[in-house]
Design a protein. Structure first.
Length: 167
């Protein structure tokens, strides 16, 4: 059943970047965050296309072979969890750390580098636009579920909480 639900979800491509680089990165430092200056050029493990795809409330960052479209890795950004999935590095605006998953519960962190600063900016904008879209959709659902939004929506929430307490 879950597979059928996934099949009905529409995908909307928010961004395509033709050439990005992926790096094997050292473990996270105990203080601060990641620094791309610590990544060696010899640690570059892949280069290819990046696609940011909106799949309903979830956003997917897909790293794909530009010729075959074969998936190299995917980073899933669930609503409200962008910081856990995509982290900016401290010393550059063109590099990020992605949390990738294999679909079986295992995850790893990889470095992502853009050739141009404007591509990295567009990447950030695509993620922000998706977050805003999800927030608007949630607000729309809450507004439709309440008695006209505003205070009526808040009363609806309060009623749900009271029902849980009394049950």
């Amino acid at each position: 059943m879950a597979y059928e639900e996934d099949q009905e979800t529409f995908e909307h491509t928010l961004l395509v970047v033709r050439e990005v680089s992926v790096y094997k990165i050292p473990p996270r430092p105990t203080s601060g965050g990641y620094k791309c200056g610590e990544w060696l050029q010899s640690d570059k493990i892949w280069s290819g296309r990046l696609r940011v795809v909106s799949c309903d409330a979830r956003c997917e960052i897909r790293l794909e072979d530009p010729n075959s479209g074969e998936l190299f890795a995917a980073c899933f950004v669930n609503p409200g969890q962008r910081e856990a999935a995509v982290e900016s590095v401290l010393d550059s605006s063109r590099y990020f750390v992605l949390r990738i998953e294999d679909g079986r519960g295992k995850h790893a962190f990889i470095g992502l580098g853009f050739n141009e600063r404007n591509e990295a900016f567009d990447f950030n904008v695509a993620l922000s636009d998706h977050e805003k879209y999800v927030k608007r959709e949630v607000e729309k659902e809450v507004g439709n579920g309440g008695a006209g939004g505003g205070e009526g929506g808040e009363e609806g929430i309060l009623i749900c909480i009271l029902r849980l307490i009394t049950d």
